[in-house]
Design a protein around this ligand. Sequence first.
Ligand SMILES: Nc1nc2c(c(=O)[nH]1)N[C@H]1C(S)=C(S)[C@@H](COP(=O)(O)O)O[C@H]1N2
Ligand SMILES: [Mo]
Length: 327
Amino acid sequence: MRLIRDRGHVHPVPSEITPRAVYEGRRAWLQQLAAGAVGGALAGWAAREALAQGTAGAKLPAVRSSVAGAVTMEKPTALKDATTYNNFYEFGTDKADPAAHAHTLKTRPWTVAVEGEVHKPRSFGIDELLKLAPMEERIYRLRCVEGWSMVIPWVGWSLSALIRAVEPTGNAKFVQFVTLADRAQMPGLRSSVLDWPYVEGLRLDEAMHPLTLLTFGLYGQVLPNQNGAPVRLVVPWKYGFKSGKSIVRIRFVDKQPPTSWETAAPQEYGFYSNVNPLVDHPRWSQATERRIGEDGLLARKRKTLMFNGYEAQVGQLYTGMDLKKFF
Ligand SMILES: Nc1nc2c(c(=O)[nH]1)N[C@H]1C(S)=C(S)[C@@H](COP(=O)(O)O)O[C@H]1N2
Ligand SMILES: [Mo]
C-alpha cells in the first residue's frame, strides 16, 4: 500500500482504502448472490460460473424434449432416493457407498476423447460438450438388472448429436464407452469385482437412437458425482449397467467391444441387455420389479415391460433377432 505523509501523520492513499460502507455492502451483496436473491445479469453470471465449475446443485437449464417416448408420465422418484441408492462400483459396492465416497471425484477439468473409426477424431472439453446441443429434460424409467427401477428427470442431449459431429466411417459398427479409472479418486478400484476401467458398448444404430441420452444432469441440476458426473450415458430400454458413468473416452469400432459385466459373468450379462421380462437372469426372474420409493409391506411389485416400456420406439432395432440368444 502507498502511504502519504502530511504534517507528521501517515495515511493510506484514499483510493486504496475500501470504505467500511462499501465493504459491508459488498459482503451483503455476496451473501445475497449466494442465496440467489440477486436477479438479472449477476445471478446469470453466478449460475453460469457454477455450471462451468460443475458445482453440485448448480442449475442446468433444459427444455422439455420433443423426442417420442422421452417423457414418461409416471411419478418421478424422489431426488433423495435417486442420489443415495446408487450403483457406481468405483466407489464401493454398497448402495450407499457412492453418495458417501464420490466427493473425491474431480469433475473439472474433464475431457472426453472421441476416436477410432471416425473422420473427425477429437477431444471435447466438458464446457464444449455442455454447449454442443440444446439441453433437454427426459423423464426416463431406469431399470437395474437387480430388479428395481426408478423414474428420473435427466438432463442432456441425444448422443447422436456428438456422433454426427465426428462423422463415423463406414467401418464403425459399434461404439465403446470407457469411464474414468483413477485409484487416487476412486477407492472402489482396490476391489477386483470388475475389470477397470468400467467399459460398456452399443451397436452404432442403438447409439444413434434419439432416446440414447448423453447426460449431464438430473432434476434440473448438474449431475451429483454419485450419478456419474460430469457426463454419463442413459439408455432407457436397457438394464442400468449399460449406462456408463463418468465417461472419458468414446471409441468407434468395427467389432462388438468387450463390456465389463459380460467379461465378469458372460452367462449372466450379455452385450445387448435389453430389459426383457421373458428372459430371466440365470439366478432370478426378470418378470417384475420394485419401484424405489414404493417399498414397504403393501407395495406391489410392478410388471417389467418389454424394452422397459420403450418397445414402440426401439423394437424395430431388433426385428429378426433371437432375443433369447442375444440377451
Ligand atoms: N462407471 C460405472 N458406471 C455405472 C455403474 C458402475 O458401477 N460404474 N453401475 C451401473 C449400474 S449397475 C446402474 S443400475 C446404473 C445406476 O445409475 P444411478 O445410480 O444414477 O441410478 O449405473 C450404471 N453405470
Ligand atoms: Mo444395475
